[in-house]
Design a protein around this ligand. Sequence first.
Ligand code: HEC
Length: 137
Amino acid sequence: MQYKSMWIFAAGLVGVIVLLFYLQSPPATPGSGPAMASVIVPELSVAEKAGEEKYIANCAACHGVNGAGQEGVAPPFMHRIYAPNHHADGAFFAAVQNGVRAHHWTFGDMPAMPGVSQRDVAEIVTYIRALQRANNI
Ligand code: HEC
């Protein structure tokens, strides 16, 4: 009898481990991969250039140069999923403040970025929207 309950316990344990494995997608990590979009880069205003600098410093290691994304790392912002009517500016502030659970892609979770201020995000969004406009997104 005791032997049997031990087996039930072991089976339960295996179940829990498998479940945890499924629930826990590994976090995305900066890296390099081929660009996922070809991007037309417009003439940038002073404000947009400031946003570009912040973007390069904080986001490009995952989301790629010019928001083109990187295969195997993170998605491109030059994609209709991130158009203003799909991911409004608030989504960018939330992503940086809270991180993002992987849901649209299989890259893993985006970590929260406490070192990036809400003001930085505002500049980054200005830059990304300028790129999107130039690329009909
Ligand atoms: C460590 C890699 C990494 C870094 C650095 C990173 N991201 Fe992300 N980000 C991701 C991944 C991966 C996703 C896709 C999650 C999904 O939907 O599957 C994502 C998704 C997003 C989204 C979509 C959120 C949503 O609601 O679907 C926004 C907006 C975003 N990132 C903004 C930024 C900004 C702005 C920066 C720089 C300040 C940044 N990210 C830096 C990996 C990263």
